[in-house]
Design a protein around this ligand. Structure first.
Ligand code: 13P
Ligand code: 13P
Ligand code: MG
Ligand code: MG
Ligand code: MG
Ligand code: MG
Ligand code: MG
Length: 381
């Protein structure tokens, strides 16, 4: 069967400020997902939140960009938005940027990552396992560095030296500033590794869209790479990307995929989407309540049975003592960075400050600048 994994995620309201969705919102989404499984729209579904973003992880046979699946997610988010509004929650419906998208919800606000494969549990994939990353309070290129390291650098993924992976991976990289449509370049690692790095170093403009095995043509990774402010034309919250990553066998092993996150690398995000702060790996369903508004990322893993259903239990990758050490380090990095407040590298550059108001403040001041008159030279006595 041709199986599709779809992850659709939206920030549609939160309790006590931008921390987490309410239990009633989560229950509303879970109820809709259960109905969609019952009526055969979905094969399986799983709901979790990261900060105040709710992600729906689904399997089905309707293909990528299916209007039925996307419309289901949209209506489900609308139902949870209604719950958020009734309870007076902050930012109700925040990521639902258009009135009623027809069909596909890509470009309408929610983050979408989807990939499809022939699910036969034979040949190159005798078992199917995957992980889903979901981030909150950070920019769209948050996975650029960790996914590059996992799929292009044998210092992180020694498995790249094995026959199934030694031909490398093809990176599809999207220019998120091109509002005319999806503008994508395909570059091969390791051959084009430096070109890939030259683009991916800019987390705000370029993002990984997908990564495909050179040997098998199988898609390993799909990422939601879109900028909310390009869609809305103004700041509406952080982009908070999601990613689906297939693992093991012909792909990297879970530890090879998650070890780059031990860096707690600096990304754009945090309070008002305007700071440069470390990305902290957290367990599923973690609210944003630290002393800052740290960018956070969760990672859940599943296996898939013959019928396309998820394994009866899942793995919460960052819910482990090893990651407590990383969280402590992320916090220390955060304290260091924020000790310089608004100065220089601690905040995003002018063009990337996501709150338009910051720009308005400076624009207002720019109007008041005056060219200083040069003092006239004194006439010689
Ligand atoms: P297991 O023996 O648990 O399968 O682990 C082997 C391995 O290759 C880990 O990446
Ligand atoms: P959200 O995208 O979670 O709403 O966060 C945006 C923000 O501005 C945090 O201060
Ligand atoms: Mg968000
Ligand atoms: Mg929010
Ligand atoms: Mg959010
Ligand atoms: Mg957001
Ligand atoms: Mg084993």
């Amino acid at each position: 069967m041709k199986l599709t994994i779809s992850v659709i995620k939206a920030d549609i309201g939160s309790v006590g400020g931008h921390t987490k969705p309410s239990a009633r919102m989560m229950a509303a989404v879970e109820g809709e997902v259960a109905k969609a499984i019952d009526n055969g729209l979905l094969i399986d579904g799983f709901v979790r939140h990261t900060g105040d973003d709710i992600a729906i992880i689904m399997t089905h046979t309707r293909g990528e960009g299916s209007s039925e699946v996307h419309q289901f997610a949209w209506k489900t988010f609308l139902a949870a938005t209604a719950v958020a509004k009734t309870s007076g929650l902050y930012g109700a419906g925040q990521d639902l940027l258009v009135d009623a998208p027809s069909g596909n919800v890509r470009g309408a606000g929610p983050a979408v990552a989807e990939l499809s494969f022939d699910h036969s549990l034979s040949g190159a994939r005798p078992a199917e396992s995957f992980m889903v990353f979901a981030a909150d309070k950070c920019g769209p290129g948050a996975y650029n560095l960790p996914l590059y390291l996992a799929f292009a650098d044998p210092m992180y993924c020694a498995g790249l030296m094995l026959p199934p992976m030694i031909k490398g991976f093809r990176f599809h990289i999207i220019d998120m500033d091109n509002t005319a449509g999806d503008s994508v370049i395909e570059l091969d690692a390791p051959a084009d590794g430096y070109h890939i790095a030259a683009l991916l170093r800019d987390n705000e403009r370029f993002g990984i869209d997908r990564i495909v095995s050179k040997t098998y043509g199988e898609v390993a990774v799909a990422v939601s790479a879109q900028r909310l402010h390009s869609i809305a034309g103004k700041y509406t919250g952080k982009d908070d990307p999601v990613a689906v990553v297939r693992n093991q066998g012909i792909f990297a092993a879970p530890e090879e995929i998650i070890s780059p996150f031990a860096k707690a690398h600096f990304v754009g995000g945090d309070a008002r989407g305007s700071h440069v702060m470390p990305l902290m790996p957290v367990p599923l369903n973690t609210p944003v309540t630290g002393m800052y508004c740290l960018p956070i990322v969760s990672c859940v893993g599943f296996s898939i049975d013959r019928d396309g259903k998820f394994s009866e239990s899942y793995t919460d990758f960052f819910d482990n003592l090893a990651w407590d050490e990383v969280r402590q380090r992320a916090q220390r990095k955060a304290i260091e960075m924020r000790s310089q407040g608004w100065s220089g590298a601690a905040m995003l550059p002018y063009s990337e400050l996501e709150y338009g108001g910051f720009r308005d403040t400076v624009s207002g001041l720019l109007k008041r600048f005056r060219l200083r008159e040069e003092p006239k030279p004194q006439a010689a006595e």
